[in-house]
Design a protein around this ligand. Structure first.
Ligand code: FE
Length: 198
């Protein structure tokens, strides 16, 4: 249940603070250095990172294959990183097709690839989204004014502290003339979560 998970997170945070205090006491790092590292990480965290990854994957089939095989390694090729926080995270990129669609949630709390999508929206953390998108994704997507045909299968991916998910949307039609930057500009944060087409 969410209460237990929150308790786990609190316990983990307390352990991290304890280790930080030990490191500080031994003069190995100081709190300001940790703050600077965290600030730098958050300053780089933006949905533009995810959008650039998607645009590259649309244009380069070999990159797309690497991205689907090992997301965390592939995002470094466009200058993004899943590290930089307190721990490295696995990234699983899930690809939409004409017949299958993917949506991301964290049913327990709010796990989310911040480095690639920026800070998570309030609704992503809401009890309403977390509980309902698993049971009835089609209705939840409709509330985002995103109406999928009945013959499209929907898979809902439940994120954890160790594994984060990002959706690779279908490239829109009539975009053959666009370059990588212009393609990236089409991609939205909600598309990377799976609650918008792109
Ligand atoms: Fe979570």
């Amino acid at each position: 249940m969410s209460g237990d998970h929150t308790g786990e997170n609190a316990a983990l945070a307390a352990r991290v603070r304890h280790v930080e205090a030990l490191l500080e006491a031994r003069g190995l790092v100081d709190a300001q250095e940790l703050d600077r590292a965290l600030e730098a990480f958050l300053a780089r965290a933006s949905p533009d990172n995810g959008a650039r990854v998607v645009a590259r994957a649309w244009l380069d089939p070999a990159y797309r294959a690497r991205l689907l095989a090992d997301g965390a390694a592939a995002v470094t090729e466009v200058g993004a990183t899943m590290g930089g926080g307190l721990q490295d995270q696995r990234l699983k990129v899930v690809e939409n097709t004409a017949t299958s669609h993917n949506v991301v949630v964290c049913t327990l709390c709010s796990c989310y690839p911040v480095a690639l999508l920026g800070p998570s929206p309030t609704w992503y953390k809401s009890e309403s989204y977390r509980s309902r998108v698993v049971r009835d994704p089609r209705s939840v997507l409709a509330e985002f004014d995103f109406h999928l045909p009945p013959d499209v299968d929907i898979t809902v991916w439940d994120a954890t502290a160790e594994t984060r998910f990002m959706v690779l949307p279908v490239r829109p039609a009539d975009t053959d003339s666009l370059d990588e930057r212009a393609l990236a500009d089409l991609v939205t944060r909600n598309g990377l979560i799976g609650v918008a087409p792109v």
